[in-house]
Design a protein around this ligand. Structure first.
Ligand code: SF4
Ligand code: SF4
Length: 111
């Protein structure tokens, strides 16, 4: 009996690990985004915000909050939102800056 419970537990753990590994989210192609904010208005998770990519203001999606519902895709006039693997979205977000992030203070001058 104990062996059977252990096997069920292992199977559940493998299933959860697989589900996490194949999780997809939505991502915005910063090269095409015109920053119109239509996607942000419809996102039920409030996970789209303005950011800066390669010096340009665009909308970005927080992959940790996106539930992959696809509502943003329906309203984007530029057709620049698509589904990508979660891991890829996490590395892409690392290359963006949140618009609200305060600028670094200049170093104090030595006298
Ligand atoms: S797929 Fe859904 S949850 Fe994710 S960013 Fe688009 S609207 Fe928001
Ligand atoms: S709707 Fe499309 S073009 Fe407009 S901000 Fe969102 S991703 Fe960019």
């Amino acid at each position: 009996m104990k062996k059977r419970v252990a096997l069920v537990m292992i199977a559940l753990m493998v299933a959860v690990a697989f589900a996490v590994a194949v999780k997809n989210v939505h991502s915005i192609n910063a090269k095409l985004c015109t920053n119109c904010a239509e996607c942000e208005k419809v996102c039920p998770e409030d996970c789209i915000s303005e950011g800066v990519v390669n010096g340009n203001k665009v909308r970005i999606i927080d992959p940790k909050l996106c539930t992959n519902c696809g509502e943003c895709v329906k309203v984007c006039p530029e057709d620049c939102i698509s589904e990508i693997p979660y891991d890829k979205a996490i590395s892409a977000k690392a290359n963006t800056k949140a618009e609200t992030k305060p600028a670094a203070k200049p170093a104090a001058k030595k006298k």
